[in-house]
Design a binder for this molecule. Structure first.
Ligand SMILES: Nc1ncnc2c1ncn2[C@@H]1O[C@H](COP(=O)(O)OP(=O)(O)O)[C@@H](O)[C@H]1O
Ligand SMILES: [Mg+2]
Length: 232
């Protein structure tokens, strides 16, 4: 097992957001966390990456409890986050955005990361603010890959993207899966997530309300209607 989140409680100020949340990601698995807006998906990823550490519970990465480690230490252990906001620096070119993320000894040098994103290669000298939503998403994923992660956390990668671009993001996720990168994929877009996932969790009000395979979730209209706001 690469990641095991055990009964974490996470707060934003006084707000008690995650309530005894547990989940796990096995080596090489794509696990999806689905849930409505405000359910606690981003907070879960922030808890894992040390940006908003939990007050109670444990988070084991490759068997070590990482709660309390600073975000850069957690990143160095091999966990990379592609944030919801994508975090592309608008006044830096795509190339500069990538260069500041490079790390010596990464198993994926710049050239090999770019091979996966031929479209990105064409816009390397363009400033971040002139990139399309899809290009920014690809840049954010490419940047995360430069750190050579073994666990990739993706926060709503399909958000705001045209269907064709969503397909391209999905293709990238599938390629990474083939290379045995473990992934925790947070989505509101249940369709894409269910096509990619080995296992699915549904979160509501900071707690897991469903765990199972995509087909088990599809066969459970009560869950999809109550917690995902889509018809069964
Ligand atoms: N920085 C913050 N300060 C206070 N409350 C926050 C903050 N970030 C998120 N929240 C609250 O935490 C809850 C979960 O948010 P979030 O994890 O972003 O949900 P999701 O990603 O599922 O949409 C929401 O009620 C949200 O209002
Ligand atoms: Mg979110």
């Amino acid at each position: 097992m690469i990641l095991e989140v055990r009964a974490i409680d996470t707060y934003h100020g006084l707000g008690h957001i995650l309530r005894g949340l547990s989940l796990r990601v096995e080596e090489g698995e794509v696990v999806t966390l689905l849930g409505r807006n405000g359910a606690g998906k981003t907070t879960t990823l922030r808890s894992i990456t040390g940006l908003t550490p939990p007050r109670r519970g444990e988070i084991h990465y490759r068997g070590h409890d990482i709660v309390g480690l600073l975000p850069h230490r957690i990143a160095r252990l091999g966990i990379a986050l592609v944030p919801e906001t994508r975090g592309v620096f608008s006044y830096l070119t795509a190339r500069e955005n990538l260069e500041i993320a490079r790390r010596r000894g990464s198993r994926w040098p710049l050239g090999s990361v770019l091979e996966r994103f031929p479209k990105l290669r064409e816009v390397l000298d363009r400033k971040g603010r002139f990139l399309s939503g899809g290009e920014q998403q690809m840049l954010a994923i490419a940047r995360a890959l430069l750190t050579g992660p073994e666990l990739l956390l993706l926060d709503e990668p399909s958000q705001g993207l045209a269907p064709m671009v969503v397909e391209a993001v999905m293709k990238t996720v599938l390629e990474l899966k083939r290379e045995r990168v473990s992934m925790l994929l947070v989505e509101q877009n249940a369709e894409m997530a269910l096509r990619l996932a080995d296992r699915v969790y549904v979160i509501d009000h900071g707690a897991i309300v469903f765990e199972g395979t995509p087909s088990a979730l599809r066969a459970d209209p009560q869950i999809t209607t109550a917690y995902l706001g889509v018809g069964g």
